[in-house]
Design a protein around this ligand. Structure first.
Ligand code: NDP
Length: 452
């Protein structure tokens, strides 16, 4: 046994940190974990989980609206935000409790306070002042919302604040065109809030397939969201009962809540990485090699703090690979290619593999695009104008499927299974050989025709 207090000390009890801490403890290692907030991290406490509940909340409203076409008589309905908010917070507390129990049941010690580096083998706990040594240290501190420092920026909320708002606003202005901006605009609009989304670019969801970006523009419009393109905010001014936000094109928008969804940054400020020989890139992300090792040989980092692919399941996979590398003598690099993901707009986006533009710049004309757009059966009776968009991209003569992009109901569910197909290297012929499940939306994926 080493002279260190712990074999592994994990800073941050989010998705990556908890998985690594639990697995190391199960191997019989002495594990300490520090968490300054609630165990569970961004995903469980102020991200994916409470957000998805809010999406469900908004979807219930849409279902009620569409129900009369299916024979239901629906009287006056209203939405009570505190009921949903408090139910979500109750569930978040339960889940967070499970995260600490998982660690403690497996023998890890959880310190509910902030830890900062003293040197490469030592951390100091902020509140108690305790100094702890460890043979290996894992940095899993995640990220935090970032907003531009415009005049009046202090009046804006960020995603961390959105789950506990005292009152549902009548009007909201969301700045940004990324994941969080698009998802929350859909949620607020669905909950009956007059929603404006202002984005500095000309198409939402930068980095996604171009047609998906167009479709998401339609999704937001169908939900009644007023999307304003090509504008950036310059000032937020408080007025009686709200705010006026000025933009660089001279326009102004009045609102009750300004929500900055302008990106996230790694949570490395004040962590003392310089005392441990851990280097960061210019954006503050911890630099790691393929096996998540930092520039200090006994220190590793996983998850959003490394700014590779900032998704919960990726942090978990990186944590599992770290355990193989650091404790099982099996150097393992998690393969970040072909990660399926979803954006929970209403309806959502599902995507895996290359976008059409990425495929075109890699393979030129040696690729084929299959796509379709149709009105899902459910929407024919309800009268919803929302269509389903589906695109499949193949490469070369073998027609290996290298990208799938969906926008429409249940895309998030479908893309998980389709991600297996892409990861497994299946071809269009494999899709064609698969019998349809009828009547479903998903059946269209096995009958797609090449785009003209
Ligand atoms: P994103 O990077 O997705 O979006 C940030 C948005 O803010 C972009 O539209 C960006 O514009 C805009 N922006 C940046 N700087 C400024 C500025 N100075 N003024 C005005 N606009 C600005 O970040 P998010 O915070 O939405 O999400 C962070 C990450 O979290 C995501 O990338 C994703 O990895 C993860 N996430 C995943 C979810 C999921 O899986 N469903 C849900 C939520 C988050 P531009 O596009 O022009 O750069």
């Amino acid at each position: 046994m080493s002279d260190y207090d712990f074999d592994l000390f994990v800073i941050g009890a989010g998705s990556g940190g908890v998985r690594a801490g639990r697995l190391a403890a199960q191997l019989g290692k002495r594990v300490g974990v520090a968490e300054e907030s609630l165990p569970g991290g961004t995903c469980v406490v102020r991200g994916c989980v409470p957000k998805k509940f809010m999406v469900y909340g908004a979807d219930y409203g849409a279902s009620i609206k569409g129900a009369s076409a299916y024979g239901w008589s629906v009287g006056d309905v209203s939405f009570d935000w505190p009921v949903l908010r408090d139910a979500i917070q109750k569930e978040v507390s339960r889940l967070s409790g499970i995260y600490s129990t998982i660690l403690e049941k497996n023998g890890a010690t959880l310190f509910r306070e902030r830890a900062e580096f003293v040197d490469a083998h030592t951390v100091r706990l902020k509140k108690s002042g305790k100094t702890i040594t460890a043979e290996k240290i894992l940095i899993a501190v995640g990220g935090t919302p970032w907003a531009p420092g415009i005049k009046g920026a202090e009046h804006a909320i960020v995603s961390d604040d959105a789950f506990t708002l005292e009152k549902l606003p009548e009007r909201v202005l969301i700045i940004g065109g990324g994941y969080i901006a698009c998802e929350f605009a859909g949620i607020y609009a669905g909950l009956g809030v007059k929603t404006v989304q202002a984005y500095r670019g000309d198409r939402l969801l930068n980095g996604f397939d171009s047609e998906v970006r167009d479709e998401v523009g339609s999704v937001q419009a169908n939900n009644g969201i007023d999307v304003k393109f090509n504008i950036s905010p310059t000032e937020i001014k408080e007025t009686t009962g709200g705010y006026i936000v000025s933009f660089d094109d001279g326009s102004k928008v009045g609102t009750d809540v300004v929500f900055m969804a302008t990106g996230r940054k790694p949570n490395t400020a004040g962590l003392g990485l310089e005392h441990a020989g851990v280097e960061m890139d210019e954006g503050g992300a911890v630099k790691v090699d393929a096996q998540s090792k930092t520039t200090a040989s006994n220190i590793y980092a996983v998850g959003d703090v490394t700014n590779r692919v900032n998704l919960t399941p990726v942090a978990i996979r990186e944590a599992v690979a770290f355990i193989e590398t650091a404790f099982k003598d099996n150097p393992t690099a998690y393969d970040h290619s072909d990660i399926a993901s979803a954006v929970f707009t209403r309806p959502p986006v599902g995507t895996v593999g290359l976008s059409e533009d990425e495929a075109r710049s890699k393979f030129g004309d040696d690729m084929t695009v299959y796509s379709t757009k149709f009105r899902p059966m459910k929407n024919t009776l309800s009268g919803s104008p929302q269509k389903f968009f589906m695109k499949l991209i193949t490469q070369g003569k073998s027609e290996k499927v290298i990208g799938i992009h969906l926008v429409g109901d249940d895309s998030g569910e479908m893309i998980q299974a389709l991600g297996i197909c892409v990861k497994a290297g299946l071809t269009k012929a494999d899709f064609d050989a698969t019998c349809a499940v009828h009547p479903t939306i998903a059946e269209e994926i096995v009958t797609l025709k090449a785009r003209d």
